[in-house]
Design a protein around this ligand. Structure first.
Ligand SMILES: C[S@@+](CC[C@H](N)C(=O)[O-])C[C@H]1O[C@@H](n2cnc3c(N)ncnc32)[C@H](O)[C@@H]1O
Length: 231
């Protein structure tokens, strides 16, 4: 293991155990068996075997660690932001960020980024991914089912990003209620999605533009006026 990997592992172990409220020794071994990889213009650190982590988490009765690998939608949205970056100073919120590759691209452009996820492990990894790419951004643990109003109070944001988060009915319902309230008047909500039915149902309720793709489509919703319910 290189010195850099050892330092990353030590720092991750401290944060992961603090966020889970357990000793480092009680963390699943696959969570700390990490690798640094590159996709497109960004580096990321992640558990080296997603299948092994899923296996260990499943055995411990924990949810599937969907956050722990870069999904095509996150990679696609990061690429779109690389090609068409937000202006410096844009306030950006990423929802369900997982490894936060879109946040890396936005932060690199000088945007003020808050990367969030409902899984505390994801938040620790996202912080390290931002640091690995030498960009500045905040991270926060935000589960839409419990922290929605607190997040609205923290906003609104000029640009809200979400990659592959509409994969359950509960998520689509939460998104319908919460996501528009997070966008500043004149702002955008950009959703990258692997053409799931849930996303199409969600999108049917909002005016939007779509850049279709065979694997990932990118949908942009513009909010020209204040959204009712936003204080
Ligand atoms: C399929 S992964 C996508 C991760 C990343 N955006 C990407 O595209 O690589 C879905 C992400 O949404 C997060 N998520 C799911 N339900 C959530 C909720 N209720 N609140 C916040 N995040 C949630 C998961 O923890 C996970 O990181």
């Amino acid at each position: 293991m290189t010195d850099q990997l050892i330092a990353l592992r030590t720092s991750l172990a401290e944060q992961l155990s603090a966020l889970r409220g357990v000793a480092v020794e009680a963390l699943p071994p696959a969570l700390l068996d990490i690798a640094v990889r590159r996709v497109g213009q960004a580096y990321y650190v992640c558990p080296s075997s997603w299948e092994q982590l899923r296996h260990e988490e499943g055995g411990a009765g924990q949810p599937v660690p969907y956050w722990a690998r870069p999904w095509p939608s996150g990679v696609g949205l990061a690429g779109a932001l690389y090609d068409d970056p937000p202006a410096a100073g844009t306030t950006v919120l990423e929802l369900g960020c997982g490894l936060a590759l879109p946040s890396v691209m936005a932060a690199r452009a000088g945007a003020l980024v808050l990367a969030t996820d409902g899984a505390t492990d994801a938040v620790a990894f996202a912080a390290h991914v931002l640091a690995l790419n030498e960009v500045v951004g905040e991270v926060a643990h935000v589960d839409w089912s419990t922290h929605g109003d607190a997040l609205v109070a923290r906003g609104p944001f000029d640009l809200v990003l979400a990659a592959d988060v509409l994969y359950t009915k509960a998520n689509a319902d939460a998104a319908r209620e919460l996501f528009p309230r997070l966008v500043a008047p004149g702002g955008r909500l950009v959703i990258a999605d692997p053409n799931r039915a849930g996303a199409l149902h969600f999108l049917a309720e909002f005016e939007h533009e779509t850049e279709p793709g065979p694997d990932v489509s990118i949908h942009t919703l513009r909010f020209d006026r204040e959204v009712p319910g936003h204080t």
